[in-house]
Design a protein around this ligand. Structure first.
Ligand code: GDP
Ligand code: MG
Length: 177
């Protein structure tokens, strides 16, 4: 084992964005702590959470930022985006309005950060099959036209949650290494 591993440490700032109540905080809670909050009215206290991920034998730290609920007031600050190298753009597949907002979130992301931020479009709450208002194909085609990765997730039943975060982290790692 090399003693120099810490010198090779990677720390990637990744931001969660999207309308209120799409499940951003719960995606982070599921990913980082394997927890879920059925009735979270607003944000579960943390500014960011750091999660270790191993890629090709290297330890990468993802510092994932969650809004403190300020998206309700359309006032996510530029500090939130500063230095971000990755982003999860989250909507709720059971509320079309949150999908229609993605364009605005993309604009905001591009205004406040580098154009090369690795981004994934995330259709959350895939467990709500009966309440679906946005088809998988619509999500896919928006992602294709905007050059984003795409995944549908459920913070409730855990599906694709780890995969969504890891897709972003692995792509950043590939670009930077
Ligand atoms: P945020 O405002 O985007 O951070 O959203 P929250 O994480 O606070 O979630 C808002 C509400 O949606 C809460 O009541 C959660 O329990 C619920 N929720 C979050 N993710 C899911 C999911 O994948 N499936 C279902 N059915 N509910 C979810
Ligand atoms: Mg939240």
């Amino acid at each position: 084992y090399s003693q120099d591993d810490s010198a090779d440490d990677y720390l990637f700032k990744i931001v969660l964005i999207g309308d209120s109540a799409v499940g951003k905080s719960n995606l982070l809670a599921r990913f980082a702590r394997d927890e879920f909050y059925p009735n979270s009215k607003s944000t579960i206290g943390v500014e960011f959470q750091t999660q270790k991920i191993e890629i090709k034998g290297k330890e990468v730290k993802a510092q994932i930022w969650d809004t403190a609920g300020q998206e309700r007031f359309r006032a996510v600050t530029s500090a939130y985006y500063r230095g971000a190298v990755g982003a999860l753009l989250v909507y709720d597949i059971s509320r079309r309005q949150t999908f229609d907002s993605i364009g605005r979130w993309l604009n905001e992301l591009h205004t406040h950060s580098d154009m090369n931020v690795v981004s994934i479009l995330v259709g959350n709450k895939s467990d709500l099959k009966d309440g679906r208002e946005v088809s998988t194909d619509e999500g896919k085609s928006l992602a294709e036209s905007e050059g984003l990765f795409f995944m549908e997730t459920s913070a409730l039943d855990s599906s694709n949650v780890t995969a969504a975060f890891e897709t972003v982290v692995k792509e950043i790692y590939n670009i930077l290494s």
